[in-house]
Write a protein that binds this ligand. Structure first.
Ligand code: ADP
Ligand code: ZN
Length: 801
């Protein structure tokens, strides 16, 4: 029996499976989709079994050393999907397989130096080994890096051996449980007979009489006894202790109030039909659910999932990481209780692993999660939902560069089940497909209770400045805020930036402080008076004088949430403000705490960044203010207008969701821009038509496909040379109607001390493009493996920034 194994070595040279012998004792336990440990050269690597055969073209195969999983962790479907995704995204199989599984299942490797026998008398490393025969490479690097050469020399001389180890990080959590082995009456009798000094044992026994099985630690805490008392009872045969695996429960102690399906409105009833039809007929269909904010899309999701559950099928719900708020989770847990697993980045590695295993073991039938939850190992899928389908976070910007929407549709096809894409502001791609009939369009044009969408007023900040208002609040917004404060209503203020301010600039010479490793401005952080690079983490002190002209007038520019907070304290001292940004929400649970406090009315103003734009539903919010609506418009990104429109629409949707009517004030320096104008009129269709026109004339998606090759290397000349060769090669291969742009420096021209150049390909139909890019990658394979050269390929670019 021979197994094909994809090994954990992400390089082009080994992007295939290798043959291994299955030793007899493993023959009955190894199946495709299981993780194994195999020898590879001098090392040991983790790998995935992808199939079996009875013969191999190689003789002298090495045997599989160990099988890590009792059941396959990649189902047959996921193995197939992995193959497809690897070809689509030009990523390695191993990278794709790993992306499908929780991070805890990735192996960690270590290397050690081991004495081969009795070391010679003059062995120079004796003090470092002192009484042991193994030292890990990690320890060498940490404690005595200067001796590394000596270790290697001794290894070559044969005094030391180098051994490689593979450790599975997927650790199951275990707990001890105590169970009474006697009847309650026997235990009570025994307790009474125990001598005076065994008072703790007595308490333990009596406690077990009322609850015969308890978790050890809980029992010890409640009785104030020690493990020893319980051990004595075990010896006497009164109790037994066993160790069991338990799930880490990120939602421990929380039970959501059970909710019942709401009676659908007429509009909802109509909008859910295409979905229910597809489910009844077991047909794959992609439904674009275009519903304004507050139109009841989530209730449609919930009732469709219910339908899937009733026919014994499973559902996947994807929500953008940023919208995966406790409010959202509560709605799903409230309806489906323990049938729901939740996967998001706030969980620890172990917690994610446990939630994922509930799916594998069929203990849940619904998963709510961020992007990677699209790989949930369900085997009987009835429905996949992507909420806020336009969100850019559904595209992974690292290998494998996949879009969750494409994966969802592949799986929908495989399982013959519908995929729902929901949004108030669909991506241009999806809406265009719906118009062409590739997707089924289903619209919800009104809010559930027919509440009006809030009126939006635009405040022209240039005008304000002209008339002498130098504050960051327009007079209009200020007045509206004062009214809300008087009426005891709530306000949401949205700012599309983080930190205290964005960048530091010298007013005399115009010098902007940039990162020494990246071509990016450093960001000022008030805490510690420091400048930070948000790309590589570089930190330095805020300079006193300009490093370029030594002038005194070096200042930070732009407005951040901290600065707005200070300004609010000055102008509206009576207002209670909750600030939500990366700085105030970095600790686990703080996000939820702040939102709960706001929901309970403990503050008048919720001030925040992107993270407050979505999914929040607070009935007392009657005013939404957007401070710098155009801050995104000037990014060199063909989606800048689309993203601005989407964000403004989302934020505006937070106002007037209940009985109190809401209002929105958008402040901008570029009021005439169509994305702001259409957003202020809640007019998606006009925005869509206008933006499609721009995309067509600029030859951007969805009219053209956009692929991007980014070459990077510490040496600028090398970077340019390789990117030029790549562009040249593509020019000889592609249709004359395709457009090859570049090579040019990337928008971030240097990152972590590497220069970056890019070649962009715009095309309508290039069936051979993947093959040609593969050839380029193969051509540079040796340099990529052996030197610092990197070539990143994104076959379907979402954002050029
Ligand atoms: P969306 O997801 O489209 O923004 P939601 O699903 O959050 O909209 O619905 C907005 C509000 O309307 C929520 O408070 C929800 O509970 C309520 N709602 C939704 N459907 C109904 C219904 N059929 N009857 C009564 N209330 C509803
Ligand atoms: Zn940097």
């Amino acid at each position: 029996m021979i197994a094909q194994v994809v090994v954990d070595l992400p390089t082009g040279l080994v992007n295939k499976s290798f043959d291994y012998k299955v030793p007899e004792h493993l023959e009955s336990s190894v199946l495709p989709g299981m993780r194994v440990i195999v020898p590879f050269g001098p090392r040991k690597l983790q790998g995935f079994v992808t199939g079996f055969s009875s013969s191999s073209e190689h003789n002298k195969l090495k045997p599989i050393e160990d099988v890590l999983d009792p059941v396959p962790v990649l189902t047959d479907e996921l193995l197939k999907l992995g193959q497809w995704l690897s070809e689509e995204t030009l990523s390695f199989y191993i990278t794709v397989f790993q992306a499908m599984l929780p991070a805890a299942m990735k192996a960690s490797y270590s290397k050690s130096f081991v004495l081969t026998g009795e070391p010679p008398d003059d062995f120079p490393l004796s003090p470092l080994f002192s009484g042991r025969d193994e030292v890990s490479l990690e320890e060498v690097m940490r404690e005595f890096p200067e001796s590394l050469a000596l270790f290697q020399q001794q290894a070559r001389a044969g005094v030391l051996d180098v051994i490689y180890k593979v450790k599975d990080q997927a650790v199951k959590k275990k707990k001890k449980f105590v169970r009474l082995s006697l009847t309650a009456a026997e235990a009570e009798a025994m307790a009474l007979k125990l001598p005076e000094r065994s008072v703790k044992q007595k308490e333990v026994l009596l406690s077990l009489c009322t609850l015969p099985e308890q978790e050890l630690q809980t029992l010890l805490n409640s009785t104030g006894s020690s493990a020893q008392s319980v051990a004595s009872l075990e010896k006497k045969g009164a109790v037994c202790i066993d160790t069991r695996e338990v799930y880490r429960d990120p939602f421990a102690g929380r039970t959501e109030k059970k909710t019942q399906p709401l009676e659908l409105t007429e509009l909802q009833e109509k909008a859910i039909q295409p979905l229910l039809h597809a489910m009844e007929k077991n047909e794959h269909e992609t439904v674009l659910l275009h519903g304004v904010t507050g139109s009841g899309k989530t209730e449609i999701y919930l009732q469709s999932i219910d339908k899937a559950l009733n026919s014994g099928k499973e559902s996947i719900v994807l929500v953008p990481e940023i919208a995966l708020t406790p409010q959202m989770v509560t709605r799903f847990k409230g309806r489906f209780g323990s049938k729901v697993a939740v996967l998001h980045s706030g969980l620890s590695k172990g917690e994610k692993y446990d939630e994922w295993r509930k799916i594998l073991r069929k203990e849940v039938s619904v998963v709510v999660g961020a992007r990677s939850a699209v790989f949930a190992p369900f085997q009987n899928l009835g429905l996949i939902i992507i909420d806020e389908e336009h969100e850019t976070s559904y595209k992974q910007d690292d290998n494998p560069r996949y879009h969750a929407r494409d994966v969802a549709i592949w799986r929908g096809n495989h399982h013959s089940c519908p995929v729902v894409l929901g949004s108030a502001t669909p991506s241009l791609e999806s809406y265009a497909r719906a118009q062409k009939g590739v997707y089924t369009l289903s619209s919800l044009t009104k809010r559930v209770m027919m509440q009006e969408l809030p009126p939006v007023e635009v405040a022209d900040m240039r005008e304000e400045l002209h008339e002498g208002n130098r504050s960051m609040f327009s007079r209009l917004l200020m007045e509206e805020m004062q009214i809300r404060l008087q009426n005891n209503e709530q306000i949401v203020l949205f700012l599309n930036r983080r930190g205290y301010s964005s960048f530091v600039l010298c007013r005399d010479c115009g010098y902007a402080v940039t990162c020494p490793h990246c071509d990016i401005s450093l960001t000022y952080h008030k805490k510690g008076h420091q400048l930070k690079c948000h790309y590589c983490g570089h930190e330095e002190m805020m300079p006193e004088t300009c490093p370029s002209c030594t002038g005194q007038h070096i200042r930070f520019f732009g407005t951040g949430t901290q600065k707005v907070e200070e300004e609010l304290a000055r102008l509206l001292p009576e207002a209670r403000v909750i600030r939500m940004d990366v700085d105030t929400t970095s600790r686990k649970g703080s996000h939820e705490k702040l939102l709960t406090a706001f929901g309970k009315g403990e503050a008048d103003i919720l001030l925040g960044t992107q993270m407050i734009a979505k999914g929040l539903d607070f009935p007392k919010v009657t005013l939404v203010g957007v401070l710098a609506a155009d801050s995104m418009l000037h990014l060199p990104d063909f989606r800048a207008a689309e993203k601005t429109f989407q964000l403004l629409t989302q934020v505006a949707g937070r106002a007037g969701r209940d009985e109190l009517p809401g209002k929105v004030v958008i402040q901008s320096y570029d009021c005439g821009h169509y994305s702001i104008e259409f957003a202020s009129r809640h007019d998606f269709l006009s925005f869509y038509n206008r933006e499609m026109h721009t995309r067509r004339s600029m030859q951007y998606p969805p009219y053209y496909f956009l692929s991007l090759i980014t070459v990077s290397h510490p040496d600028l000349v090398k970077t340019i040379e390789v990117s030029e060769k790549a562009a040249e090669y593509l020019k000889t291969k592609l249709n004359s109607s395709s457009i090859i742009l570049g090579p040019v420096a990337s928008p971030i021209a240097r990152l972590k001390d590497r220069y970056r150049y890019q070649v962009m390909v715009k095309y309508k139909n290039e069936p051979g493009l993947r093959l040609y890019i593969r050839e380029i990658l193969n051509h540079f394979q040796r340099e990529i493996t052996q030197t610092q050269l990197q070539i990143a390929v994104d076959m379907n670019v979402q954002s050029i920034m």
